[in-house]
Structure formats: structure tokens, C-alpha cells
Design a protein around this ligand. Structure first.
Ligand SMILES: Cc1ncc(COP(=O)(O)O)c(C=O)c1O
Length: 219
């Protein structure tokens, strides 16, 4: 499972849900696999999203930001579990690509050195507060949610139903003003804010201004 739903709409589960899921899977000896492909490496303001929920999955799968764009993915698990692989059972043509592995080491050291996890937490908290304030003035914003720099803004019609057409106009309006935002959610009505981890407060401020301008223009 994804600790924070990505394509599905940037949904943050309640901590009790995650803890309950960990207990349930442990009780039944089911492996809990955390897909941190989208949430990993600082995106949520922690190295890994599972940390927010104080749970430890049995297996963690990683990709995307692990090597900042170079093709690489990884699987992490306790040694006891990893030792179940027979030697050679997991051979692949591109596995362990040295260039991608070097890019991953370099990315991890930049994230550490430049404090990008902390930056994602700080800028993300600021953006969430600003967007929640915006929601008070705009009934078309049905929900604002997220962790760190993984923020979803759900758009709704007056009756509370999903508003994918409005989102389309909003994203187009943002693009025309120089801000790229993509969509997510099963109804395609959630604006997905996922700026780079190096985003500054000034850049976020400007992005939110554009977002509000474009929202007003698309209502
Ligand atoms: C959470 C999550 N898991 C897995 C994937 C798939 O990764 P891949 O492109 O390596 O198949 C994605 C891709 O967007 C993702 O967001």
C-alpha cells in the first residue's frame, strides 16, 4: 500500500488506520509492503512517509527521487527476509546499474547536505496553511490535504460533487501564468502540488498567488 495515496488523490490516511493495518498484518503474518515510490526521499517532509505514522513496514519499495531522474528502483527489507532469495533469483539486465547507483548516492548526499527533507517539511507546512486559508474564501475548494511537499487540493461543485472540468480550467490557467500543476484522484478533480524539494518560500508564495489568480479566473 501507499502510505500516502499518490495517483489516487493525495489522500493521507489517519494514523490509527496505519497503526491498525500494521497490527492486523502482523497478527496474520501478512507482509506489509510500503510503496514509497512517490512518497520517499523527503517528499513528505520525512525521509519516508511511514515515519509519519510510526510504523515499520516489512518491505519498502523505492524509485523516482532515489536517483533524481536517473532510472533506478530499490527494495528494502530486513536481512532475515532478504536472505530468502536464492542466489541469482533476482537477476535483471539493468539491476545495479553503476551510473544510476552513483546518481542515487549523490542525490542522497545532496538531500542530506542541503537539508532538503527539513525544507520540504517547512515549505510544505507553510503552503498547507496558506491553502487551508484559501479554502475558507473559496467553496470550490472541497479539501486541502497533504504532508510536506505532497499537497492535494480537491475541487468540488456547489453540491459537493467532484469538479474535474473546473480543475482542467484551473490547471490551464496556472500553465498560462507560468506554473505547472498536474492532476490526480479517481475523479480527476485534485490539483497535485509537488514542487521540487529545493523550492524556496518566495517561490512557493508566488506559486500560491498564481494558483489563487487562476482559480478565480476559472470559476
Ligand atoms: C506510488 C507509485 N508506485 C509505483 C509507481 C510505478 O513506478 P514505475 O514507473 O517504476 O512502474 C508509481 C508511478 O508513478 C507510483 O506513483
Amino acid at each position: 500500500m501507499e502510505p500516502v495515496l499518490g495517483e489516487g488523490g493525495y489522500v493521507v490516511p489517519p494514523i490509527e488506520y496505519m497503526k491498525g493495518l500494521r497490527e492486523l498484518t502482523a497478527d496474520h503474518e501478512i507482509l506489509l509492503i510500503a510503496d514509497e515510490v512517490q512518497t520517499g526521499f523527503g517528499r513528505t517532509g520525512r525521509w519516508f512517509a511511514c515515519e509519519h505514522f510510526q510504523i515499520e513496514p516489512d518491505i519498502i519499495v523505492l524509485a523516482k527521487a532515489i536517483a533524481a531522474g536517473m532510472p533506478l528502483s530499490a527494495i528494502g527489507a530486513r536481512r532475515q527476509l532478504m536472505e530468502r532469495w536464492q542466489p541469482g533469483a533476482h537477476g535483471t539486465t539493468f539491476g545495479g546499474n553503476p551510473l544510476s547507483a552513483s546518481a542515487a548516492l549523490a542525490s542522497i548526499s545532496v538531500i542530506e547536505r542541503e537539508g532538503l527533507v527539513e525544507n520540504a517539511a517547512a515549505i510544505g507546512t507553510y503552503a498547507l496553511e496558506r491553502l487551508k486559508a484559501l479554502k475558507k474564501d473559496h467553496p470550490a475548494i472541497g479539501d486541502v490535504r497533504g504532508l510536506g511537499l505532497m499537497i492535494g487540493v480537491e475541487l468540488v461543485n456547489r453540491d459537493g460533487s467532484p469538479a474535474p472540468e473546473l480543475l482542467k480550467r484551473l490547471l490551464e490557467g496556472c500553465l498560462q501564468r507560468g506554473l505547472i500543476i498536474v492532476e490526480c484522484g479517481t475523479h480527476k478533480n485534485v490539483a497535485r502540488l509537488m514542487p521540487p524539494l529545493i523550492a524556496t518560500r518566495q517561490q512557493m508564495e508566488r506559486a500560491l498567488q498564481i494558483f489563487e489568480e487562476a482559480l478565480m479566473a476559472s470559476l
